[in-house]
Ligand binder design. Structure first.
Ligand SMILES: Nc1ncnc2c1ncn2[C@@H]1O[C@H](COP(=O)(O)OP(=O)(O)OP(=O)(O)O)[C@@H](O)[C@H]1O
Ligand SMILES: [Mg+2]
Length: 268
């Protein structure tokens, strides 16, 4: 495994944010997993520090979503351990929120009511639902609070899904290709917005993306997986301050390193 020298420096950067104390510490220790006879994860060890943003890159079908499902507590790993702040993860918990590629909003509910779902499910008193409007404002959807999902663009629907996650004040945001279906312009805007949300709220993030630049634009650390069964082949500390620029020489260098680890060294 290649380990870049500056991992601790970038963690320190994340931890300088005074509000980052709300971020979960995740420890994935020697996790292996398989479905029937199909090995999917092979001895994966990975830590996410409180408030840290970690991106996962790897070939399609290697096991990234499976790892996210294990961290979310949707199923237990066949072997190894996953803990949050030292406690074993055994089931889903509102402190860990997953956002998938498809926003999955309920079409018969307004945007506001979709965002309020988690609070309603947890029977949070209506008086505290001001958080819903705050979350909508954070993602720039205040004007559309009373609209229905079919009245939103793809990017707006994805922002509504993010607001629905944020309203629960997660300690860990688990993002599985959340921007994968957006057009490239909306995607760039959403990346900048996601960055601002993370910097403001201080939660930890585990992001799966196929987009190397997206990973480098957002994350403190980028972990590259092998083909299935996924094992860690490289860990790159993104030792660049925010906001980052895709034309910075160091950014370009890291992009080439990541592509090389993905076996795409000649694609640059
Ligand atoms: N519930 C399941 N039952 C059986 N096999 C599964 C299940 N979920 C995933 N798999 C298999 O596990 C492997 C890894 O799937 P996974 O969805 O984790 O890949 P991925 O890295 O997220 O891929 P992609 O980048 O295309 O989303 C695949 O071969 C898939 O067919
Ligand atoms: Mg996947």
């Amino acid at each position: 495994m290649v380990s870049a020298a500056n991992a601790s420096a970038s963690n320190a950067q994340a931890l300088e944010n005074p509000e980052s104390q709300t971020g979960a510490r995740i420890d994935i220790a020697q996790v292996s997993h398989q479905f029937a006879q199909l090995p999917v994860l092979s001895d994966v060890s990975l830590q996410v520090q409180p408030g840290e943003f970690v991106a996962l890159l790897g070939p399609s079908g290697c096991g990234k979503s499976t790892l996210l499902r294990l961290v979310a507590g949707l199923e237990p790993p066949r072997s190894g351990h996953i803990t949050q702040d030292g406690q074993p993860i055994t089931r889903p918990d509102p402190s860990r929120i997953v956002v998938f590629q498809d926003p999955t909003l309920f079409p018969w509910r307004t945007v506001r009511d979709n965002v309020a779902l988690g609070l309603q499910a947890r029977k949070v008193p209506k008086a505290q639902h001001a958080r819903v409007d705050e979350a909508l404002a954070l993602v720039g959807l205040s004007e559309f609070a009373d609209s229905y999902p079919h009245q939103l663009s793809g990017g707006m629907a994805q922002r509504a899904a993010l607001a629905r996650a944020l309203v629960n004040e997660p300690q860990l945001l688990i993002l599985d290709e959340p921007l994968g279906k957006l057009d490239s312009l909306t995607r760039l805007t959403m990346q900048a917005e996601l960055l601002k949300l993370w910097q403001r709220a201080g939660f930890s993030v585990l992001l799966v993306t196929h987009d190397v630049e997206e990973a480098l634009f957002l994350a403190n650390r980028v972990v590259v997986f092998s083909d299935r069964p996924a094992r860690t082949v490289a860990e790159l500390a993104v030792d660049l301050p925010y906001p980052r620029h895709r034309t910075q020489p160091r950014f370009v260098e890291l992009r080439q390193q990541a592509l090389r680890h993905l076996g795409l060294g000649d694609a640059t």
